[in-house]
Design a protein around this ligand. Structure first.
Ligand SMILES: NC(=O)c1ccc[n+]([C@@H]2O[C@H](COP(=O)([O-])OP(=O)(O)OC[C@H]3O[C@@H](n4cnc5c(N)ncnc54)[C@H](O)[C@@H]3O)[C@@H](O)[C@H]2O)c1
Ligand SMILES: O=C(O)C(=O)C[C@@H](O)[C@H](O)[C@H](O)COP(=O)(O)O
Ligand SMILES: [Zn+2]
Length: 352
């Protein structure tokens, strides 16, 4: 089982972990930003100084085959064996691609995740989904391959810009919605403009626990893990569309908008309470705004949803909906008209 460690002394904990996981050579993967802002927090460790460093370009458009090939090439040309160990130090983009590089290099080497974004810590680094984007589709290629250990240190979040803070926060809201009312309320009442890092740290612990509990029960997303995909059927379509129209949005923003659409469907089809839809919507409206798209994009969005990994056929789009906070309605479907109505609702509620 994957070990998730909330660290209060990153260097000591990492040194310790490196003695516990047997390996011949060590490699560290980062992106261009985490190399500057985050790598210095571990660079003093003797073994890290000797490790091979792989730096890929930052940005989700680089979570692709080209970056993956760069990682494979570096490992291959620098003496990595099946007994080597890869540390992925970065946000979800780095831990997703690093995890997949580790899972596929020589059919699998061990890895450690050190998430440096809020999103990475509460979601991406935990639970073993790894992969890359392909053909304009999110995470189209990948594998379930958990890192041996995830080392979470909230210190990293202090250099995040506000949009990247909010992007991670959207996945925390998702965890609130699928767990219980108290977690959800704690999140909606947090002051996102004046971040109290001590309170954030507690919310992070709570959020990671929500994810871990679900993944433990269903690591391969056969059943309850589909809860973690709330907001993503439509959210991933927004995210992919944003790249094709050259107005890229962060994953968490797309998830926030997808969540509103899917809560609307939950309200219409599963009796999700209107007041709780409204409370969530007000929070999303105040913090996330909306990216510019129009009804001319609806057909493209629908085509993208046909690729959702939860679908059992392209004609039946699979949704995780809610009957209430923490009350899951898995494997729901909606007609094209209902989906378009939910996107209309989003635009009418959040648009200018
Ligand atoms: N595997 C999963 O379960 C899972 C879950 C959620 C999201 N994801 C994936 O995660 C990705 C999004 O992750 P993300 O939001 O972390 O994006 P990201 O990794 O692209 O990081 C966002 C930006 O922050 C920079 N950055 C990283 N650490 C920083 C720090 N400490 N201070 C300042 N800047 C820093 C990065 O270089 C990048 O520019 C998407 O590809 C999404 O599909 C995966
Ligand atoms: O861990 C999970 O399971 C999730 O679905 C978490 C999501 O937040 C995450 O974005 C995940 O990468 C989506 O996976 P996908 O299978 O829909 O590509
Ligand atoms: Zn997500």
């Amino acid at each position: 089982m994957q070990k998730v460690l909330k660290s209060s002394d990153l260097k000591a904990d990492l040194k310790n972990i490196l003695t516990q996981i047997a390996h011949d050579k060590l490699f560290v993967l980062t992106d261009t930003n985490s190399d500057v802002l985050c790598y210095p927090l571990i660079s003093e460790i003797e073994e890290i100084k000797k490790a091979g460093k792989i730096i890929i370009k930052a940005g989700d458009n680089n979570k692709n085959l080209e970056s993956l090939a760069c990682i494979w090439s570096y490992l291959s040309q620098n003496g990595a064996t099946r007994h080597s160990l890869l540390i992925s130090l970065g946000g979800g983009m780095v831990t997703d691609i690093g995890g997949f590089a580790a899972a596929s290099f020589k059919r699998g080497i061990k890895s450690i995740n050190i998430p440096t974004t809020l999103l990475g810590a509460v979601d991406a680094a935990v639970g073993g989904k790894t992969g890359i984007n392909f053909n304009g589709l999110k995470n189209e290629i990948g594998a379930f391959a958990p890192a041996e250990t995830v080392l979470i240190d909230s210190e990293f979040f202090k250099t995040l810009d506000h949009p990247n803070f909010l992007s991670g926060y959207a996945e925390m809201i998702k965890h609130g919605l699928i767990s219980n009312e108290q977690v959800w309320l704690n999140l909606l009442s947090f002051d996102t403009h004046q971040i109290n890092y001590d309170i954030l740290k507690e919310l992070v612990v709570e959020s990671v626990a929500v994810k871990e509990k679900i993944v433990e029960q269903d690591p391969f997303e056969k059943n309850i893990r589909k809860a973690l995909n709330l907001g993503h059927t439509i959210g991933h379509a927004f995210e992919s569309l944003s790249y094709t129209i050259n107005k890229p949005v962060q994953h968490g923003y797309a998830v926030a908008w997808g969540t509103i659409c899917e809560l609307y469907l939950s309200y219409k089809k599963c009796g999700f309470p209107k007041d709780k839809l409204w409370q969530t919507l007000v929070f999303i409206r105040e913090n996330y705004g909306l990216f510019p798209f129009s009804c001319d994009d609806y057909e493209t969005l629908y085509e993208l949803m046909k690729h959702d990994k939860k679908n059992e056929s392209a004609e039946r789009i699979n949704f995780t909906l809610l009957e209430g906070i923490g009350k899951l309605a898995l494997n729901q479907t909606a007609t094209k008209d209902e989906i378009f109505e939910s996107i209309d609702f989003l635009r009418e509620s959040l648009g200018e």
